[in-house]
Structures are given as C-alpha cells and as structure tokens.
Design a protein around this ligand. Sequence first.
Ligand SMILES: *Cc1c(COP(=O)(O)O)cnc(C)c1O
Length: 417
Amino acid sequence: MKDEKIQDLIQKEISRQRDGLVLIPSENYASPEVLAAMGTPLSNKYSEGYPGKRYYGGNKFIDEIEALAVERAKKLFNAEHANVQPHSGSQANAAVYLALLKPGDKILGFDLKAGGHLTHGSPVNFSGLTYNFAFYGVNPKTELIDFSEVEKIALEFKPKLIIVSTTSYSRILDFAKFSAIAKKVNAYLLGDIAHIAGLVIAAEHPHPFPFCDVVTTTTHKTLRGPRGGLILCKEKDEITGGSLAQKIDKGVFPGLQGGPMDHIIAAKAICFLEAMQPAFKKYQRQIILNARAMAEEFKKQGIRVVSGGTDNHLMVIDISSFGVESKKIQDGLNELNIYVNRNTIPNDSKPPYNPSGIRVGSPAITTRGLKEKDAALVAGLVAEFIKNFGDKNVKIKIKQEVQRLVKKFPIYNNFKW
Ligand SMILES: *Cc1c(COP(=O)(O)O)cnc(C)c1O
C-alpha cells in the first residue's frame, strides 16, 4: 500500500482483534469470504432502485446479486418480503418509521435503560427528535418485561407502532404477547432483532413471524455477516390493507437512502448462505451455552447478573457494589486485551456515561471456538479483575491467561493484508 500510515493502522487493528477476547455482544468476526466480498470493485457501482428497476445502466450482475441476497434472506427468515439495502441497523429502523409513520406520530418503545436501542426514541437521536415516543420498562423486582404494564401504557398512549427489541435485555422476547397488545390498539408491531438474528435463525429464540408486521436486523452481530442492515416484512399491510412490502421498499429508497452498497449486499448474500449451513445452527447453540456458563460463573463469584441470568447471548452485570466506576473497569480490561462495554442497568441511578453495569456477551469468543468451560474461565477473569481492582499481580495473571486463550483459539491467522 502506498498509504503506509493507514496500512500500518489497519494491520494494528487486525492484530488487536486477533490478540484480544471480545466480549462486546454486538461484535463478531465475519468470515474471510464475507470480508473479501466487501473489498471488491462492486463498491464502485451505482444502482439506485431495485433489481430490474434501476436508474443507472450496467446493473446486470448487480441485479442478480441483489435478487439472490433477497431470495436467501426470505428463505432464511421465513419472510414474505426482504429489503437488503439498509446501510445499517439504524437506517433499517429509520426506513421503517418513514414508511409507516408521519413525523410526530406515536411509537411505544423499550426503555433504553432497560435494554432498548438509541433508535427507539432516545431524545438525542433522530427517532426521539422526529416521533412522539412513550416507553415500557421492566419490573423493578424481577427486571423482566411486565406485560400488564406494556398493555396499560399501550391502551393509554395509543401508539401507531410498537417496538420489541433488545440491545442489553438478556431474556426471551415474547413476540406473541406483544402482538396481542398491538392488535388491541391497532398498532404495527416491529421486531428489531439486531442482536438475536442468529439465534432466531437457529431456533434458539422464538421467531418474530408471524407476530411482527416488520422485522429489522443488523447483519454483523450474531448473524456474523458484513456491517449492514436488513428489513423483513409481510407482503400485506394488515392495518390499511395495502402493500406493506411496497411501503417498506419506498421507505428505504427513495425515502431514506440513495444508492445501495452493492459490495455489502454481495457480502450479505454470502453470510445468508453461511447461516443456512448446519454448522451455523451449532454455532448459535454454543453461543447460548457459553453465555449461560458465563452468567453462572459471575453469580458464583458473587457478581449480580441483571434479571438473574440469561436466555440469549448476553448479560449485564451489576458492579455498583464494588465501588469502582464502570468506565474504569472497561478501560482496565482494555489494557489486558479483554473488551467489554459499560451499560446502564434497569432504573440505573448513575448516568449513561458512567453507568452501574457492564454488558458481556459470547458471540465473538464462540466464533473463536471457546466452549462452556473456557467461557466460564473468561467470565472468571473479568470477575477477578473487578473484585481485585488495581491489584498488579492479578493483572499480570489475567494478561497471561488471555494470551494463552487467544493462542489456543486463534482467529484470522491466515488472514492476508
Ligand atoms: C445494534 C442495534 C441497532 C443498530 O445498529 P447499527 O448497525 O449500529 O446502526 C438497532 N437496533 C438494535 C436493537 C441494535 O442492537
């Protein structure tokens, strides 16, 4: 590369990913095939529109690629319609709002502190600035979604759209129960499965269809594909009787985006094919087993897990009783090549910049090949670090263990750059 500075920095970042344990539940390691597709001249092409209906010439092969991606997405998620163009999860959500609502319309979302996402009504995000949001949270005692509360708020607020999602909620999302509430108030139901898409495909989590009208997801979290978004929906709009699929497509283009990223769409198609393989199902099963083993280890070590455990790939641990700020724990673990992110806990008394929780997940270490015992060991290292914060010998020991684990479970060893 002529640009030595960037070449050097990319190499350093690859090494960082290779040499560290990623416990950030939204991150993963895409396959070399997926990565390769992203680095192709497909990136050069303009193809505003959809297969067979483009505004530019020269889209013969791009059309075939996008059509294949759409076909695979539909099959994989058992969906009537798929749009593979959203640049990312946030764009997928924005396109859905744009397709179904008018500015100022009411949306009922999941409280951000309890596990919702920025694009579900945060006051500093386009969603909260454009639409009128109300929120349901979790029961303060059980830290589980309380459906009588969801229903009560829905009946009072009368939203046009209800969102079911998780960014940090570690329990099953009951789409059927949400659907019953949405039907009572004649609202659309959006399932944002950005985090749990892989689990859904492998039937390790209940399926959002037929309960949701629309489903959005990222393609880079448990799905392990390229950085991107995806919208799945029913063909028919069950509220107005028109075509929901057409509305959603219009919402993406020309509503929200210009030209799609064709190199990413090709990589999405590859990731969908990977996700159809039996090995992917096994991988998702292992993600769940590893997350459970981690939650058990935290509890054994006396660290509280929000809601008492996990049904999915992630958990939030409550560190408020240890007298160390979560940002310091995140930064300290960074130095030992363990990557986590600080997170609010339900009804957190501390601000989001320095909240009371640490979010931990198993997808990336499971891609490396770690099994339950190893995952518990990693959780044990995190627990030891928190309980002995600042202890030099503990730090040395943890660093050595991390080095041993990343050698035992290598990733991207043959990756050429
Ligand atoms: C990660 C996430 C998104 C957005 O994803 P980006 O790709 O970062 O825009 C949306 N919704 C949920 C629930 C998420 O967890």
